[in-house]
Write a new protein. Sequence first.
Length: 131
Amino acid sequence: MNIFVSTKETQGHRKNDFCFVPDNEPVLFGFACDCESVDGKCGCKRSLVGVYCHTATTTFKIVNTPMSKRDYVERMIQSSRDAGWPIDKNKELYSVVYEDIQEILSIAEFFNDGDILERRGRKIQTRQRRS
Ligand SMILES: [Zn+2]
């Protein structure tokens, strides 16, 4: 199964790159501001969020993991609890989080192990490594 993890590879290809997530930490969509543009100051529409550190990165890559989908989903849901989201008290919030996890897994299937990626709004695309 393919998942997204943080990487510092290709950081600096865009002037507004940043990476506050340790390498190889799984990343997910965070909650994005409504009025933010992709290259806006906040950065929430061009980054994914580390599931343990809860900070963001504009660069991430595909890793093929032997982890089961069920274990992965449970870990991701736990990370939302750890971040303080009241997902067990709020069914709607729980399903938003759950669907985001499913979405990110289905997007990850379109890429190959080791691909370096970036986010542009709701779009995830590959970056070229510079030699
Ligand atoms: Zn934002």
